[in-house]
Design a protein around this ligand. Sequence first.
Ligand code: NAD
Ligand code: ZN
Ligand code: ZN
Length: 447
Amino acid sequence: MMSQGAYKAEQAVGHGDNAVTAQDVTNPGMTEGAGDPNVKMKALAWMGKNKVEIVETKKPVIMEPRDVILKITGSTVCGSDLHLLHGTVVELQKGDILGHEFCGVVDEVGSAITNLQKGQRVVASFQIACGDCYYCKQKLSSQCEKTNANTIENAMYGGRTAGMFGYSHFTGGFAGGQSEYTRVPYGDVNLLPLPDDVPDEKGLFLSDVLATSWHAVVDTGVKKGDVVAIWGAGPIGQMAADFSLINGASRVIMIDSNWRLGYVQERYPHIETVDFSNLEKGESVTSTLKKMCNNRGPDISIECVAGEYAKGWAHYFEMALGLETDTSEIVNEMISSTRNFGSCGITGVYVGFTNHFNIGSLMERGIRLIGNGQAPVHLYWESLLKMVQEGKIDPLKMVSHRVKLEELDIVYDKFDKKEDRMQKVFVETKFSFPVAPGTPSLTTYKQ
Ligand SMILES: NC(=O)c1ccc[n+]([C@@H]2O[C@H](COP(=O)([O-])OP(=O)(O)OC[C@H]3O[C@@H](n4cnc5c(N)ncnc54)[C@H](O)[C@@H]3O)[C@@H](O)[C@H]2O)c1
Ligand SMILES: [Zn+2]
Ligand SMILES: [Zn+2]
């Protein structure tokens, strides 16, 4: 309701005039001139709070000279998609196609595309950047000034992010890649060619997870010898933990509450864990971390959870009643746990405003609180691709399942409930290549 109401408000106020690409093309079957009436495709669409469905719609067409139409060979579901599913990120409309992490094969190119050819394997960045504005010139692609004209975001935040695939009208309104085809605006800058020695099962994660986790680590400032605490042992937290060690951290401690901690202990044996649902009597996360770290606390704390997940009833009700959009509990826990003059980074998604923020501890103890932002994928993806090629980083560590696009509605539900030890999935389509050796084989749910 709130999500769709916000979109109506946006329509009433009108968009800004900064965008250089069409806005609100979230499903090629729903916008005049965006779809081919003769070619159908399957896609995963948001149909209301906690409801997604596989729909049949039109294949997208080239709308602008720098467009590329991609035949999707791999996509995935992100913790961010859960915020969309739950309706916490505003301005979704029924029928919007989701998915901001995907790779594929170039199917068609617009007249202005000279660096890509039909048949080439590529991965997309989750953000849509123009390639030459103030931020794009510095490769800070997630903050491109030219691809998102949303007025509500601009008023609420005092500035806009870039447009993003499958991430509501709040970020421009672009159809996502949980589909058989996707239109990629500014395809010449938003697609990175994948070399033959990097299969889709690895290359796909350059879209988001690898760049986001790497950014969380370097932007928060992990240095050699640091003790790093990471809240949230999902895929982002796991890769941030791995990257902290690669970046010289002496210890990494992960905080979560479920089987994911067991997964971490199996696959990342050097990482320590704290189960916040099973602490020693009378202890808190903060007191536990102090004890583990010389009674001072970690040097660096990184938030890889999200503001929508309240820990106690107080914030649960404040959010339910609209008194705040995000809980401050995890951020407060990070601030009080971190050693004096240490740093805290927020990579998990926070949407708006929070109450009971511990500004006193932050100020008095000199804690540096850093919003890591939506991660600027273009800044890192070439060097991360090289690290994947050299085997320095292994994205497969976090991948639990391979599933079919046609069953993605079931997968969303399982991923949301953390059933079947499901975390990062590889979603195949009818166009996918054969399963790469050493990657999970297909799991099916429908007969
Ligand atoms: N900034 C960016 O560019 C960017 C990009 C991708 C994802 N994200 C965000 O990063 C976050 C993590 O993504 P993910 O895919 O790993 O999500 P996920 O939902 O798979 O993982 C989140 C984890 O947090 C845990 N958790 C819940 N409450 C907790 C608490 N109080 N303390 C500690 N852990 C708690 C959950 O059990 C879960 O394991 C999400 O908010 C996602 O939207 C940000
Ligand atoms: Zn994501
Ligand atoms: Zn730009």
